[in-house]
Write a protein that binds this ligand. Sequence first.
Ligand code: BTN
Length: 274
Amino acid sequence: MEEGHPAPSPDLSPEEIWQGLKSRFWKEIICYKSVGSTNTAGLALPLADDEEESGRVIAADSQEKGRGRFDRRWISPPGVNIHLSIVLRPEIPPGNAPLLTMLGALASAAAIKKETGIAVSVKWPNDLVVSGKKLGGILAEARTVNGLISRAVIGIGINLNARFEDFPPEISEKATSALILTGSTFSRSAVIASIMNEFETRYKKLKYIGGFPLVREMRPLLSSLGREVVISDGGPEISGFVEDITDDGRLIICLPSGARKKIGSGEIIGPDDV
Ligand code: BTN
């Protein structure tokens, strides 16, 4: 476990988060004043082998080494934004790992809409976007034991109350926040509780029904659906038309040759508005 201290600011406290929860699904909420990364802390959290199915949450006022996808830095200044990791033992096949990112994105999008009125779209697979600018992102990490995901850490970063000047110059043109979009500030604890409530209902669907309810909810939010895109997945860039998304969260791309390719991880690198 990383070094940390109890909750720092009045709007980020386990008590307030507990008060906003709708059920007893959640087992533990840890709030740090400062931590390296809530995801790293979540990966290190001791979980008993026979731990019953329930969720734990780690939140932090700020992160010193906040991580984005592809080892990018996630700017996490104190006092303003949401830095949150949900730790679970989902026991689902590793092939369903893309659904964990989708779960985080859908729960965040629903909570943001409810709490702030902002409608976000999702730039596959993990960016929460408003008018082409990034409001948040999801970093899902998993450990597999005996062919099942024994630990999932779903990291959620949301720019909630950041002002333009809180972002470093290299990202201030590409990022936005709920404050910038609405002119209002929001309680981080209330938004976190809302994310947890939204997460819980979708997580239960994923576990007991499967991926298709999530995929159905995702389709209208997906900015790339029905668009020509360029995707980087570690190999040569892939250009094609985004036809659909599979029940396990992979994009179905129609290539110029007419062949179809399913892509489970990667990044859409063009065009700019997708
Ligand atoms: C991305 O868009 O690349 C993903 C960003 C994920 C950031 C969150 S903040 C809470 C959690 N802890 C981390 O270090 N990263 C995730």
